[in-house]
Design a protein around this ligand. Structure first.
Ligand SMILES: Nc1ncnc2c1ncn2[C@@H]1O[C@H](COP(=O)(O)OP(=O)(O)O)[C@@H](O)[C@H]1O
Ligand SMILES: [Mg+2]
Length: 326
């Protein structure tokens, strides 16, 4: 077993809204080892972004952490002070967002923005402009962007979507990070460049020996990129397995449904969606939150929340179909 970099246990987060308090994260458990690439896969609205924003402590003010623990590199993230937080964001973790146009400021050149991020890292020599430029040029070159010097002079709108997202990857990795979080990094890109951007992300993370959390709603995207996958549903991890094991056998009925949604290139079948939708978070179901959509739900599922059970080595599911009494 590798050395732990991230360990999150029992995380509960909700939001204060006009309608009332929403209970979104319902006891989230996951971990990431050093050098490991982990995927979090689930439908829109299941709490993926909330989960990783908590790790960086960048949740909106309306959010409340009501339970659980977040440990990053041996330190408790939830009790960090200002100085520790800025170290966490400057050298510990970097994040690549879904929309590169929102992540980049339209009124500054790429060079300006990369320079600011590099300076914030506090790495040796970054107070000098030449050092910052050199690091930025190298990072752009490493993400296969042509003519880095010209790109540094450009404004975001002068570049294509794929280039902008590669710039965000370069920016996230211009200085060493222990963990890179990529939140749906290819969702807004053309299918033809999605693959290219994922390959660059993967190889950059591997070369730098960083860990990766890749968030995606697509099992197919995760399969290409990560070593291990968490399947998330309505505020908790319902299954976790090494990528190959999950594709061989899905334990949780939600994972099975998600798998049947992957469009098949051969065989001609049309992918079916999963009937029903994610429950509301104001008054979520008492027991298993998937029970209302689950064809195998039992009486117990509507009363109690199932805890994760290890079914095979390295493969667990939070479902009453497994474990004692099943
Ligand atoms: N800024 C916010 N204010 C209020 N509720 C929010 C906010 N962000 C997220 N939520 C709630 O949390 C749920 C999960 O959101 P999110 O973590 O963004 O999921 P995902 O990334 O999986 O799509 C949303 O459906 C919504 O109910
Ligand atoms: Mg999201």
């Amino acid at each position: 077993m590798g050395e732990r970099l991230v360990e999150v246990t029992g995380l509960r987060i909700g939001y204060r809204t006009f309608e009332g308090y929403t209970k979104v994260l319902n006891g989230v458990n996951y971990h990431v080892n050093k050098g490991e690439k982990v995927g979090i896969v689930g439908e829109t609205g299941c709490g993926k972004t909330t989960t990783v924003k908590a790790l960086l402590r960048i949740l909106v003010r309306q959010a409340r952490v009501t339970g659980g623990e977040i440990v990053f590199d041996g330190k408790n993230v939830l009790t960090m002070g200002k100085a520790e937080l800025s170290r966490l964001r400057g050298t510990g973790i970097s994040m690549i967002f879904q929309d590169p146009m929102l992540a980049l400021n339209p009124v500054f050149t790429v060079g300006n923005q990369m320079g600011a991020v590099i300076r914030y890292s506090g790495e040796q020599g970054v107070e000098k402009k030449e050092v910052r430029t050199e690091l930025a040029v190298r990072a752009l070159r490493e993400t296969a962007l042509p003519d880095p010097e010209r790109i540094l002079q450009s404004y975001p709108f002068q570049l294509s979507g794929g280039m902008r997202q590669r710039i965000c990857i370069a920016m996230a990795m211009a200085t060493p990070r222990k963990l890179v979080i990529a939140d749906e990094p290819t969702t807004n890109l053309d299918v033809t460049i999605q693959d290219q951007v994922l390959k660059i992300l993967k190889s950059r993370v591997e070369e730098k020996q960083s860990s990766l959390i890749l968030i995606t709603h697509s099992l197919g995207v995760a399969r290409e990129t990560v070593d291990r996958i968490y399947v998330m549903y309505a505020g908790s991890m319902v299954e976790s397995a090494r990528t190959a094991d999950l594709f061989k056998r899905q334990l949780h009925p939600y994972s099975q449904a998600l798998m049947s949604c992957i469009p098949k290139l051969s065989g001609g079948g049309v992918a079916e969606g999963i009937p029903g939708r994610i429950p509301g978070y104001l008054n979520p179901p008492l027991g298993c939150r998937f029970a209302p959509r689950c064809s195998r739900a039992m009486e117990k599922c509507r009363r109690e929340q199932p805890l994760p059970v290890t079914v095979e080595e390295g493969h667990s599911a939070a479902c009453f179909l497994y474990g004692e009494g099943s």
